[in-house]
Design a protein around this ligand. Structure first.
Ligand SMILES: [Zn+2]
Length: 313
């Protein structure tokens, strides 16, 4: 009985040749199409409903099952991904941070992407961050610049030390208020673009999400504010989860198959308990592995990145 599922994670999927920000590390649409052809040859596409039923009712999955997931509600998912999947009869699962699509604000995660993409020389961004930390140190009782750099700067399989420092500091290390403030200042300084306009260009809108849902795509939770859930108090996590679920209901999603993908792959024991309380059936992490339903817990399903699989143009 097959219990293995290759869950593939995508973020930006765009026509990179014509992109205003070529440094944004997206998957080119042609490579995406090529990857789908590769998957169609060697795998069997399944739906979120099939995966949840396999967990709950022990229904057998096809051999070499693959599930496609798309994070962060980028407009790419409507313009580029949805038409291709729809025409091929493949379901995609789209994890939507609620605030980005309902309030037309830029999530810090994306502000940081575009701040980084705006400067080749990352030390210029760090210099500006240090100036801002100096400016706000007293008011927000911040640590020294050196303290943050020594604590946070380590390279990963995707990013240099400098980039990891910038991301970690602005995603999770600083308190929410000062983090948001510094992200906004850096966005204004380096990207120099109106946030509301930018956000409407970057994210899906509610009508697009409803349309995708009505046409067989799965819409899952990805938090309200796209915060590291494990860094929040239990009460704050509950608000994030409750608002996410209400959003899915509001766009016509079927909460019998409620799913979540953890922003930054981050969660803790409180998260898992709350998701059980709210009847979530499945949760996706960023742990890199082929999922095995006989081994992985339903709320801790690992995924492969698109870059871990072959891509052909
Ligand atoms: Zn995300």
């Amino acid at each position: 009985m097959n219990q293995e599922v290759t869950v593939v994670m995508y973020h930006y999927v765009r026509d990179l040749k014509y992109s205003r920000y070529p440094e944004i590390k997206g998957l080119d649409v042609d490579l995406f199409k090529g990857q789908l052809e590769f998957l169609a040859k060697h795998y069997n596409f399944i739906t979120m409903e099939q995966m949840v039923d396999a967990i709950e009712k022990q229904i057998t999955l096809p051999k070499n099952a693959v599930l496609l997931t798309f994070d962060d509600a980028y407009i790419d998912h409507f313009n580029a991904v949805f038409p291709i999947l729809y025409n091929k009869g493949i379901q995609g699962s789209f994890f939507t941070p609620v605030r980005a699509v309902t309030e037309h604000v830029m999530l810090d995660v994306n502000k940081i992407h575009f701040i980084l993409a705006s400067q080749n020389d990352k030390s210029k961004i760090i210099t500006r961050i240090y100036q801002l930390l100096d400016q706000y140190r007293k008011e927000y009782t911040l640590e020294s610049n050196r303290y943050y750099y020594d604590k946070l700067a380590t390279s990963t399989r995707f990013d240099t030390e400098e980039v990891v420092f910038i991301k970690r500091l602005l995603q999770v290390e600083l308190q929410e208020d000062i983090r948001n403030l510094i992200c906004s200042e850096l966005f204004k300084y380096f990207v120099q673009f109106d946030e509301t306009v930018f956000s409407r260009e970057l994210y899906l809108n509610i009508d697009q999400i409803k349309c995708m849902c009505k046409n067989g795509m799965h819409i899952g939770a990805h938090g309200f504010d796209h915060y590291w859930l494990g860094s929040l108090s239990r009460d704050k996590q509950e608000i994030e989860i409750d608002k996410s679920l209400n959003f899915i209901k509001s766009i016509g999603g079927d909460i019998k198959y409620a799913s979540i993908c953890y922003p930054y792959g981050n969660y803790n024991q409180d998260t898992l308990e709350l998701l059980e309380k709210y009847n979530f059936k499945i949760g996706f992490t960023t742990k890199v592995e082929v999922a095995d339903l006989s081994k992985h817990r339903p709320l801790e399903i690992p995924r492969l990145d698109t870059n871990d699989l072959p891509k052909y143009a």
